[in-house]
Design a protein around this ligand. Structure first.
Ligand code: ZN
Length: 309
């Protein structure tokens, strides 16, 4: 069985730190990770540079990443303007985040759920007007799906209803994001089942998990048990969590790949090569913490990846 590991460090990791990684280092990172066998990388976000100067070079990075054979180049877009820029740069996949917590949505993008769904419809109109070979895949990412730092508990029925609304608005698929690191394995199983029952198994294949409270890989396992086949993660857990010192942000790509491969699930990623990519990130961001148990402990004696491809 093949699992897609989608690297989000150049977007989610870099947006969470104040240091700015130079474009050349980002290119080396993306290139080296693709060479290690990673087939999907979220390279940035089309937001105004004054809001996220760390990601101001996203268009250039997309254009570079597109030249790497076999790599799916993904980006985040907050609105129609961002989607236009993503199409212009040639992204293969775009994700619009819709926060299940309306309070979070208002604070983050200053838009209600209804306004965000209108934005989604405008993007669908834009995409439908493109020739098929230039049309990126369009995902609605339900952020704060497992809980919110502002609202606390996010009702399950609301997440299900928003997933249905995103699909009716014309998204190709939805994803569930544990933006705040609140999820637990029982909740992951339950929410994935409920959303899949509403929108169909094919419309929910991916989870975006954080390791804020150490439950990241347990939540991956829960996702695997209910049929999830795509997991977002960040090399070195880059980004950390501003609210929990010492906790990594996204789940760590190296640990995720180790777990999957050790379980006999194929990622197509060469773990040794992946671990070596950390050097590029460390050299470019010497003051940032990198996380991960597998890189620190090394691979177990006798561990062989049965199939790297
Ligand atoms: Zn995230």
């Amino acid at each position: 069985m093949k699992i897609l590991v989608s690297e989000v460090g150049p977007r989610d990791g870099l947006q969470s730190i104040t240091s700015i990684m130079p474009l050349e280092a980002k290119k080396r990172w993306v290139e080296a990770e693709a060479a290690a066998g990673v087939t999907e990388i979220e390279v940035g976000s089309f937001v105004p540079a004054k809001l996220l100067p760390q990601l101001a070079d996203t268009a250039e990075l997309v254009r570079f990443a597109r030249t790497i054979p076999g790599l799916t180049v993904a980006v985040l877009v907050p609105n129609l303007k961002g989607a236009e820029a993503a199409v212009e740069a040639g992204a293969h996949k775009i994700t619009i985040p819709l926060s299940a917590s309306e309070t979070h949505s208002l604070k983050n993008v200053r838009r209600t759920h209804a306004q965000m769904l209108d934005e989604v419809k405008s993007i669908v109109t834009l995409l439908n007007g493109l020739p098929i070979d230039r049309r990126p895949k369009f995902e609605g990412g339900l952020s704060t799906a497992f809980g919110c730092t502002l609202e606390g508990v996010v009702p399950r029925d609301r997440v299900v209803a928003l997933a249905e609304a995103l699909m009716s608005a014309g998204c190709d698929e939805v994803g569930l994001s544990d933006t705040t690191g609140y999820a637990n394995p029982a909740q992951v199983r339950d929410l994935v089942r409920q959303v899949r029952a509403a929108v169909g198994d094919h419309a929910l294949t991916g989870l975006h998990l954080h390791n804020t409270r150490g439950l990241g890989l347990a939540n991956v396992l829960a996702g695997l048990e209910v049929g999830i086949t795509t997991f977002d993660s960040s090399l070195g857990g880059l980004g950390g969590c501003p609210f929990a010192p010492g906790a990594s942000g996204n789940i760590v790509t190296e640990d995720l790949v180790f777990m999957l491969e050790a379980m006999g699930l194929h990622t197509g990623i060469d773990l040794q090569k992946l671990i070596e990519v950390r050097r590029i990130v460390r050299d470019a961001l010497p003051s940032e913490d990198l996380y991960g148990f597998t890189p620190d402990a090394g691979l177990p004696l006798g561990f062989v990846q049965e199939s790297k491809l």
